[in-house]
Write a protein of this length. Structure first.
Length: 204
C-alpha cells in the first residue's frame, strides 16, 4: 500500500510540473503557447479605408447588424459567411465602400469582444487549475505524513490515496483540454482576417 501510494505521489508531482503556466510573465494566468495580445488593432487586420466615422454607427443599420451577427458566428461556415459578405456588398454597388466599412466595423467589434471573452475564460480556467494543483499537492503531503506516522489509520490512508489518484486523473483530463481551448482565440482572429480580406476584395 505504502509503495503504491508513493508511486501515485511521484506521478502526481510529474503531472503538476508538466502543467504549463505563464509563457509571458506579464500575464501570469495565461497558459497558452501563443503570446497573449489582449486586444486586436484595426491596423493589424484592415487595409481598407479608415472606419473612424462608422465605428459607433454600424448597429443602426439593421441589414448590417444582422449580417454581422450571422457572419461572426462560428456556427456559420466561413465560406458561407464570406459569400454572404460579398453578396451584400455587391447588392449595394452605389455605396459599397460605406457598407463595407460599416460591416467591417461591426465584425471587428463583435469578434474582438468575443475573443476577449474567450481569453478571460481561459485565464479563469488556468487559475482554477493552479488552485487544483495546490490542492492535490496538499493532499499528497497529507498522505505521506499519514503513512509515515507510526500508528496510521490504514482505512483513512487508503481513502486519501484514492482521492489523490482520482483528483490527479481529473487534473490530467482538464490539462488535455488546454491546447484545444487555446486555439479558439486563434480561430476567431483567422475568421476576422478572412472576412476583412473578403470585404476589401469586394471594393476592387
Amino acid at each position: 500500500m505504502k509503495s503504491w501510494s508513493f508511486a501515485v505521489a511521484a506521478i502526481v508531482e510529474v503531472a503538476l510540473r508538466g502543467m504549463a503556466f505563464a509563457a509571458d510573465a506579464r500575464f501570469p494566468d495565461w497558459p497558452c503557447a501563443q503570446i497573449k495580445v489582449p486586444q486586436l488593432s484595426v491596423a493589424a487586420v484592415w487595409a481598407g479605408p479608415p472606419i473612424d466615422d462608422v465605428e459607433s454607427t454600424w448597429e443602426k443599420d439593421p441589414a448590417v447588424r444582422e449580417l454581422v451577427a450571422r457572419a461572426a458566428a462560428r456556427r456559420t461556415p466561413l465560406n458561407d459567411a464570406q459569400k454572404a459578405v460579398s453578396d451584400f456588398i455587391a447588392s449595394n454597388a452605389d455605396e459599397r465602400q460605406q457598407k463595407g466599412k460599416l460591416l467591417f466595423a461591426g465584425l471587428f467589434q463583435t469578434l474582438d469582444h468575443e475573443r476577449s471573452l474567450v481569453m478571460n475564460g481561459i485565464e479563469r480556467f488556468s487559475r482554477r487549475q493552479r488552485e487544483f494543483a495546490a490542492s492535490i499537492r496538499a493532499e499528497t503531503l497529507e498522505l505521506r505524513n499519514l503513512q509515515d506516522a507510526a500508528d496510521h489509520d490504514r482505512g483513512k490512508a487508503e481513502e486519501l490515496a484514492n482521492r489523490v489518484e482520482w483528483d490527479t486523473r481529473i487534473f490530467e483530463e482538464r490539462k488535455k483540454t488546454i491546447s484545444y481551448v487555446c486555439e479558439v482565440p486563434v480561430l476567431i482572429e483567422q475568421r476576422l482576417f478572412a472576412l476583412a480580406r473578403t470585404i476589401q476584395e469586394s471594393f476592387e
